[in-house]
Design a protein around this ligand. Structure first.
Ligand code: ARG
Length: 459
């Protein structure tokens, strides 16, 4: 096994199992790109302040770029005995360029190095996720606009409540994502602070200039306190908390999509390419994508709890516990990206079954509130109106007819203020059109909301 970069004070080799047990290279090699970017900035800064010569800097940078090319070509051999991505890359650099490679780690520790790498990595992933989120939001706005007039039953307690437009329902989803996108950008501000320079925990004796490395790496600023910089992973927890909320929203959308594709609802059709079949039941077309997204919410929630639990009770400053931050964070990133991609592809392909939605909206006395409001406008107190309509509904249940299917005379039996004009409010169209104010379900409001959203978020 290779010589340990920290082997000086040790008198026996690491136990073979302990070597594997403590290694992180199996999963942290994902950070190689950002590790090398960070090292190039560090070497540049060291030369700027006179700790390295310009020649040494150039040799190191060329060597690091060659190592990066090796990794990308798949010719780099990762060594478990070199523990992690950082020591693997540094050892290979020294193999390549000789003694100068051993100077790269001057004024630095793996503790500030890894904290920097994760932040650089996460910043890039946040930007990718933000773009996917925008793609999904755009898809929702397009679909909402297309379905601004489509009427479906709105539910509370999953029982028919009042008619709503399908576009309005989709805009409810959209609003949840607006908040998720805001949370993500807010999290990014705290991710984009540079720990490099904190070294192991106390800073370093070299005349480093942290503003140079921060600028080279695109960080907003260097962090304030060296102990805090190498130890906290709250930025990763914040990201996972954003992710858990996003997944909670996607999971709610998924639940509805699954319900709506069932034969019993039959409100929408998902194209075959987003579904799978059954190995035994020939008729099946299963909504796997929404189901899986709903299921994957569990692992993301789990990762949030893992990281919170990982951090609690850790004394200052760095502890090896923190090596356990990577797998939950990486899996959260992968899961969120996959779910967003599937959703952004699938949403624009949803086909509304407007006829079925209409029939369903008619079925549950969804315009009962409209009738009560009608009575109020004719001078009846709301509580009395509620009672009157309740009786009319009971009659309808017994007869198997909707309010709109009764005659004027039948309706008049419940209140003599009812006239011919009652049918204007009992229709589904009348019902949704009447809710014509900011945030209401009227088609005109849906179109206006879509227009505002496009303008405000450039979607
Ligand atoms: N692989 C380590 C991690 O992921 C890097 C930092 C190790 N530092 C140390 N002092 N052992 O956290």
């Amino acid at each position: 096994s290779a010589e340990k970069p920290w082997g000086g004070r040790f008198t026996e080799p690491t136990d073979a199992f302990v070597e594997r047990f403590t290694a992180s290279v199996g999963f942290d090699q994902r950070l190689y790109h950002h590790d090398i970017t960070g090292s190039i900035a560090h070497a540049t800064m060291l030369a700027e302040v006179g700790v390295l010569t310009m020649d040494e800097r150039d040799t190191i940078i060329a060597g690091l770029k060659a190592v990066r090319a090796d990794i990308e070509a798949g010719t780099f051999e990762w060594s478990v005995s070199l523990e992690d991505v950082h020591m693997n890359i540094e050892a290979r650099l020294t193999d390549r360029i000789g003694i100068t490679g051993k100077k790269l780690h001057t004024g630095r520790s793996r503790n500030d190095q890894v904290a920097t790498d994760i932040r650089l990595y996460l910043r890039d992933e946040i930007d990718v996720i933000a773009e996917e989120l925008r793609r999904l939001q755009t898809g929702l706005l397009d679909l909402a606009e297309r379905e601004a007039e489509t009427i479906m039953p709105g539910f509370t307690h999953l029982q028919t409540a009042q008619p709503v437009t399908f576009g309005h329902h989709l805009l409810a989803w959209y609003e949840m994502l607006v908040r998720d996108a805001e949370r993500l950008q807010d999290c990014r501000k705290r991710v984009n602070v540079m720990p490099l320079g904190a070294a192991a925990l106390a800073g370093t004796t070299y005349p480093i200039d942290r503003s140079i490395t921060a600028r080279l790496l695109g960080f907003d600023r260097p962090s304030e306190n060296s102990l805090d910089s190498v130890s906290d992973r709250d930025f990763a927890i914040e990201f996972c908390s954003f992710a858990a909320l996003l997944m909670t929203h996607l999971s709610r959308f998924s639940e509805e999509l699954v319900l709506w594709t069932s034969a019993q609802f039959d409100f929408i059709d998902l194209p075959d390419r987003f579904c799978t079949g059954s190995s035994i039941m020939p008729q099946k077309k299963n909504p796997d994508v929404p189901e899986l997204v709903r299921g994957k919410t569990g692992r993301v929630n789990g990762h949030l709890i893992s990281l919170l639990t990982l951090m609690k009770s850790q004394p200052l400053a760095y502890n090896k516990d923190n090596q356990e931050d990577k797998e939950p964070l990486f899996d959260t990133v992968d899961t969120v990206k996959g779910c967003l991609r599937a959703y952004a592809d699938m949403i624009p392909a949803i086909e509304a079954r407007a006829d079925n939605m209409r029939v369903a909206a008619k079925r549950g006395f969804s315009t009962a509130t409209d009738l009560a409001d009608y009575l109020v406008k004719k001078g009846v107190a709301f509580r009395d109106a509620h009672e009157i309509v309740g009786k009319a509904v009971a009659f309808g249940v017994a007869e198997g007819r909707d309010l709109s299917e009764m005659t004027t005379d039948e309706l008049k039996r419940f209140s003599d203020v009812i006239g011919e004009d009652v049918f204007d409010v009992l229709t589904l169209e009348g019902s949704v059109q009447a809710r014509d104010h900011l945030g209401g379900t009227a088609p005109a409001q849906v179109r206006a909301a879509v227009a505002r959203a496009r303008k405000a978020h450039l979607l």
